[in-house]
Design a protein around this ligand. Structure first.
Ligand code: SF4
Length: 1013
């Protein structure tokens, strides 16, 4: 007690380096705890010693607004795994503190009564012998309870720790603050949100990580740093947050309440710059948005022959061994293929037409097309659009390659990145949602994050924000700048020049190069080029994805959750969640301005819409449940994760289907009624607008029209899907087993004509490029899929020496994938390779089912050998798995379809790629099946070339630099036993190929990787 009193009075310092944990001990500076240690435990430090330890460190930040007497306990546990039910605690660390300083610490190992896995020991350094003599959790619970007392708990993902203690019988009712959640709110630009990264970004240097006391103390320091950041927020924003959070039970509400309380109580509502500007009317509600510099007045893109001429030889000279690139970029390597590509692209831009150019890995194709594009755009005064499949590549080009070129090219040029509307924040909708009073705690959390982020973002681009859960995504989807609800010129944010989307488009209009992704390119095509400014030439990178991207862009799908969400936004009655809704807003806005008769009609309409919305919700629920039951009844389709059932005329004549049609007819009547009433409500708003100039009315009119249009689309598309076949569409029903929900889909059957019509026929020049454009010896497969009638075709080999660097090993005694023991053999091969190379292996599967089975078979042996398996589908995102794979040693990565491309691990961290099976599409997948029907020999003409493209992508994961070396193991015997198998091998660069016994694979892999040619 004395220690605590002295520290509180003395405003004790923060922990600089907390005590190390030693075996089997409770460490506490609390004399009560010191005295109450169970007999037999070793006390590591006396209270005085520990106190000395705490005296070091820096002064704590001043935290206004936090009740000074409030005591917190930062808590962290180390455990044997992630499941509170199945796993056990092995170490506990706690730091008791106030904002003024540390009061006490508590640390102990815990005997889990079971062995600690290698991975956990690897992660934490805690071994079985460390915990063997430690107390059990049961004996520690009274001490833990006593230490925590009534304090507020603080921790990173604190729910995890609380749930472990609860599973052990300690049900804590204390308030808790999750630093992960708080960081997401007040530090929206963090690169990552794990404890170590956040601590580093806040200038906190942890003593160690993945140890309980150290992590608890890092969480304490992070908490204080985050509080300080929260205190810096504008008072008006804090007041908005408190109003939104009122009565919602949002766990972080207390922090913002106390900050506001302290400011107003002190009589010094400390005016930040933002507050002062807001008071003067110079700042928008959304913070710094109005402070952004005006978008430069849009400069015309006009010819500038005085700056540069379109001289192809001059461009080639830049890439020569003594050229400008070699002078400016350390480590630059001259690659003849890159110059050949530049020349082909430049000639196409100059002469017009279509170029298909395949450039193997390592060619440096981005610069090979950016340089001629910049020369062309500036000299001719014509925009060039560059389209990528992924936003990642789009960002990489815009953030790295373009600035590099702008720095070194002998003339200035402008470039802009433009994304789809849903990537940008709509300020008008943010303002509307901010007025809401009926948000759930999760929605408040998501909205507060976006509000705070809106203070500092210059782009309003969602890529800057982490949206980890479904509520975040749902709130974003409401707040994004979707077209149905955009007021364009009528919007006040548009008029003030603060609309993010508008600003991005203005920047694009004034740029020579515009970097987009395929979905925006196609959205532009779908609306007759109304999204992008006029452009002359197009370069499509990652062009092998264009057919899928076009298909996706022109697809439709609807599910029960989508309907629920729409109804929730309309009525604010989404099963007790959601904000007040558009209907409420319409009544509040219109009724004061209407004559009594019209007001009565408004109230009647409003009640009818609310009633119909409920009926539509129930009818849709019954319909989708029946669809799910129908699909399960028909479950003769393959597909091991989700069930996809193609809806054909043969299916539509089944008796059970007629019941579904009847249900839909009834639902459609309700939707018609809802739609008509929304239209009438919209008319009333238009009439009111003609009489009165009410603020918010144009937005309301647009929103109502958007909602009516939504229901119109649902009605027409679902009617078409359920009742009749259309010439160029394929329809299907999909069930996600884990969610047990059905969804209806339709997609275009052929997209080539549309690509030709909108992308090819209207441009002076179009370049398609990728590392994989050929599905055999020529470009015919992709040319036909993309509707390319005539093109110059160039294939450039990779500059890498594959024969010297890459061994392709094909076991000769593998069973075929359909035969017994195939999976057992796959597991044997993985085990041998992983043991021989100590991990460093990427295993590519074609299905989750196969991946999980292999994991079960090979997991225990690799675990025993200390090799970690990172597997897709274990809860971590693709990015997290890749990051972990790159950073860890002794690791194997298991992935399915999305891992066959886009993985770029340079160096020995990836020394082997195992292709478990040739990546044929599932023949019953609806779009694939429907497209197959157009071929005489679907397997040879469609399945094989489609799989070869994917196979080449998978192969391409291995060698990413001149110095890489490794093995590709192909475990699908069909490459040897089938005639078409040879086509797969022939599609690869010339490597060293060996056939041999399965049991030799590990030895040979180690030999190859270990040797140097
Ligand atoms: S112009 Fe459209 S996207 Fe921009 S703020 Fe207004 S409504 Fe939102």
């Amino acid at each position: 007690m004395q220690v605590r009193g002295r520290q509180t009075e003395g405003m004790g310092p923060a922990v600089g380096s907390p005590p190390r944990v030693q075996g089997g001990a409770i460490f506490s500076t609390d004399p009560l705890l010191c005295a109450s240690h169970a007999p037999g435990y070793n006390t590591w430090a006396t209270c005085g010693q520990a106190q000395d330890h705490l005296e070091r460190g820096r002064a704590p930040p001043r935290i206004e607004g936090i009740v000074e007497q409030e005591t917190y306990v930062a808590l962290d546990l180390e455990t044997t795994g992630l499941s509170p039910e199945r796993d056990r605690i092995i170490e506990i660390g706690m730091v008791k503190f106030t904002p003024q300083g540390v009061l006490d610490t508590f640390a102990t190992f815990v005997n889990p009564g079971r062995p600690i896995s290698f991975q956990i020991t690897q992660l934490t350094g805690i071994r079985d012998r460390d915990v063997r003599d430690a107390p059990t959790l049961e004996t520690l619970l009274p001490a833990i309870r006593s230490f925590i007392g009534k304090s507020t708990l603080v921790g990173h993902n604190i729910g995890f720790d609380i749930s472990f203690l609860a599973a052990a019988g300690l049900r804590l009712r204390n308030p808790s603050i999750d630093t992960f959640a708080l960081a997401g709110i007040v530090w929206p630009h963090a690169a990552r949100y794990n404890l170590a990264t956040l601590a580093a970004e806040m200038g906190i240097t942890p003593q160690a990580s993945h140890r309980a006391l150290e992590d608890a103390d890092t969480a304490r320091q992070l908490f204080l740093a985050l509080l300080e950041r929260a205190r810096q927020l504008p008072l008006s924003l804090i007041q908005d947050i408190n109003r939104l959070a009122e009565g919602t039970g949002w766990p972080l509400a207390g922090i913002f309440r106390s900050i506001e309380h302290a400011r107003t109580r002190s009589g010094f509502a400390r005016a930040t710059l933002a507050d002062q500007l807001r008071a003067k009317g110079l700042l928008d509600y959304s913070g710094a948005v109005a402070l952004l510099e005006d978008v430069e007045a849009v400069e015309e893109v006009t010819p500038a022959p005085d700056l540069v001429s379109f001289d192809i030889e001059a461009q080639k000279a830049l890439f020569l061994p003594d050229g400008l690139l070699a002078q400016q970029f350390p480590g630059y390597e001259f690659r003849p293929q890159q110059v050949t590509m530049l020349e082909a692209v430049a000639e196409t831009l100059r002469d017009g037409g279509v170029l298909m150019i395949e450039a193997g890995t390592g060619t440096g194709k981005t610069l090979a097309y950016l340089v001629p594009a910049a020369y062309y755009a500036v000299s001719q005064g014509k925009r060039v659009v560059i389209s990528t499949n992924t936003i990642n590549l789009q960002d990489q080009i815009y953030q790295k390659d373009i600035p590099d070129l702008q720095r070194i090219l002998p003339f200035p040029f402008r470039a802009a990145v433009l994304k789809g509307r849903s990537n940008y924040l709509c300020l008008r909708k943010l303002q509307t949602m901010k007025q809401s009073r009926q948000l759930s705690a999760d929605e408040v959390h998501a909205l507060v994050r976006i509000l705070i982020w809106a203070q500092s973002t210059a782009t309003g681009d969602q890529a800057e924000l982490m949206l980890p859960n479904d509520t975040d995504k749902a709130v974003w989807s409401y707040l994004s700048a979707e077209s149905e609800t955009c007021l364009n010129e009528e919007c006040r944010y548009f008029q003030r020049g603060s609309c993010f989307l508008q600003r991005a488009r203005q920047r694009a209009a004034g740029s020579h190069l515009i970097i987009v992704n395929h979905s925006l390119l196609l959205a532009d095509a779908a609306v007759e080029n109304a999204v992008l400014p006029e452009y002359d030439c197009l370069i499509v990178d990652e062009a092998h994805h264009l057919e899928d991207a076009t298909t996706k862009q022109l697809s439709f799908h609807v599910s029960q959750p989508a309907i629920e969400q729409e109804l929730g936004w309309l009525t604010g009655s989404s099963r007790g969640r959601g904000f007040q809704g558009l209907l409420h807003e319409a009544v509040a806005l219109l009724s004061p301005h209407l004559a009594p008769d019209s007001r009565a009609e408004l109230m009647r309409l409003s009640q009818e819409i609310a009633g119909l919305a409920e009926q539509v919700r129930d009818a849709a629920q019954s319909l989708f449940s029946s669809l799910a039951a129908f699909a399960e009844h028909q479950n003769d389709t393959s597909g091991d994760y989700s069930l996809r059932l193609r809806i054909t005329d043969a299916l539509r004549v089944q008796p059970r289907w007629s019941q579904i049609e009847i249900m839909w007819d009834n639902t459609a009547v309700l939707i018609s009624g809802l739609r008509e009433r929304l239209r009438r409500l919209g008319q009333m708003a238009v009439e009111a607008a003609s009489l009165d100039d009410m603020e918010g009315l144009p937005e309301l009119i647009r929103d109502l029209a958007g909602r009516a249009e939504f229901w119109n689309l649902i009605q027409s598309e679902v009617t078409a899907i359920l009742t009749s076949s259309r010439a160029n569409r394929v329809d299907w029903l999909e069930i996600l087993p884990e969610a047990n929900t059905a969804s209806l889909h339709s997609a275009p059957l052929h997209v080539g004509e549309m690509i030709y019509e909108y992308l090819l026929s209207r441009r002076h020049a179009v370049v398609f490029t990728s590392a994989t454009l050929r599905a055999g010896e020529d470009f015919s497969f992709l040319r036909e899929r993309l509707g390319i009638l005539d093109a110059r075709e160039v294939a450039l080999d990779s500059p890498f020496d594959y024969r010297a660097s890459t061994l392709i090993y094909c076991p000769t005694d593998m069973p075929e994938p359909s035969q017994p023991f195939y999976l057992a053999s796959v597991a044997r091969a993985i085990e041998q390779v992983a043991l021989a190379l100590r991990g460093r292996t990427l295993v590519l599967f074609t299905s989750y089912h196969q991946l999980r089975k292999a994991l079960e078979l090979v997991g225990p042996a690799l675990h025993e050998a200390g090799i970690t398996i990172l597997a897709q589908g274990n809860g971590s995102s693709r990015t997290q798995l890749l990051q972990q794979f790159k950073e860890s040693s002794d690791t194997v990565l298991f992935g399915t379809r999305s891992f066959w491309e886009g993985i770029d691990v340079v160096g020995p961290a990836l020394s082997c790629v195992i292709i478990t099976r040739l990546p044929f599409a599932v023949p019953t997948e609806p779009i694939f099946e429907a497209r197959s029907e157009a071929f005489e020999d679907p397997f040879q003409q469609y399945s094989v070339p489609d799989a070869i493209l994917r196979f080449r992508q998978g192969f391409g994961r291995l060698i990413r630099s001149h110095t890489d070396r490794g093995v590709v193991v192909i475990l699908d015997r069909r490459v040897l036993s089938k005639r078409y198998g040879q086509m797969f091998l022939k599609a690869l660069p010339s490597c060293t190929v060996e056939h041999g016994p399965l049991d030799f694979v590990g030895h040979r892999a180690a030999q190859w990787v270990g040797s140097r040619s």
